[in-house]
Design a protein around this ligand. Structure first.
Ligand code: GLN
Length: 255
């Protein structure tokens, strides 16, 4: 796309997969473009709407099992969108990641079909994974990522899938390879909420560079960097020693 045109960010099913504030990822993406002088629109694609064509980037978030199941069927029922998701850049978080895979099992032998865009499958684990996650991202130059996870589904990557990151703390995909999420030339999939792009803006720029077709100028946002550093500190420390870090976060949040 040319830099003169508006970047259209399709926020998929915010009314269904909206439990974890993952819609904030769309805001981060749009703001990081707007602050660089590139026009951007967030298009809310709710369950009652017909998906618009021609988005440059799609964002899909996490949610409960029933909401996820509805979302999978809804996506499979919208052929044009399903085809667009095969070639357009996508950020998929948690339930969003799982539904882009081959299937999601319910532990009783039933497998709900996914979109088959990612070579991965998901089955319920022995217990829910809840807590902070720290990973090292496979995308060159991105470095450490932080987020929080809350999922029962554990994801097995197939031979055609590459991980987004290696888990340093937390569960991630929950597979023996210690992987977190999935990465293709167009899809960034992760279990990390936060929203993940608010916590890790360099990952937002990785997606955006793919959309605008080249490097983006640096964007210095000291407050955001401060929050990022605090979350990195949080992820490294045992919980009983978090008092001073929490106090620092509270000081930043107060006006
Ligand atoms: N329902 C899914 C699971 O528990 C996804 C949860 C989520 O999106 N946070 O695995």
């Amino acid at each position: 796309m040319s830099r003169e045109s508006t970047v259209r960010i399709g926020l998929l099913l915010p009314d269904v997969l909206g439990t974890y504030s993952d819609r904030g990822n769309a805001v981060v993406l749009a703001q990081r473009l707007l602050r660089r002088g590139i026009d951007a629109d967030v298009i809310m694609v709710t369950a009652g709407s017909s998906p618009p064509g021609g988005c440059d980037l799609y964002v899909i978030g996490g949610g409960e099992d029933a909401a996820q199941s509805f979302a999978a069927e809804w996506l499979l029922g919208h052929r044009d969108l399903r085809l667009a998701l095969q070639t357009t850049r996508v950020l998929a978080v948690c339930a969003g990641l799982q539904v882009l895979g081959q299937w999601v099992g319910d532990g009783h032998g039933r497998r709900q079909p996914g979109l088959g865009i990612l070579d991965l499958t998901t089955s319920p684990g022995p217990r829910r994974a809840v807590g902070e996650v720290l990973t090292r991202c496979a995308v060159p130059g991105v470095g450490l990522l932080t987020g929080f996870e809350n999922h029962r589904g554990m994801t097995q990557l197939g031979p055609d899938a590459a991980p987004l990151a290696a888990v340093m703390h937390g569960v991630g995909n929950g597979s023996v390879d210690g992987s977190e999420g999935a990465l293709t030339s167009t899809v960034v999939g992760t279990y990390m909420h936060g929203p993940v792009l608010a916590r890790n803006p360099v990952l937002a720029d990785h997606l955006l560079q793919g959309v605008v077709g080249g490097p983006l100028p640096a964007l210095e946002l000291p407050d955001q960097e401060g929050v990022r550093q605090l979350h990195l500190a949080l992820a490294h420390r045992p919980f009983e020693r978090l008092g001073p870090v929490r106090a620092a976060i509270d000081r930043r949040r107060s006006p």
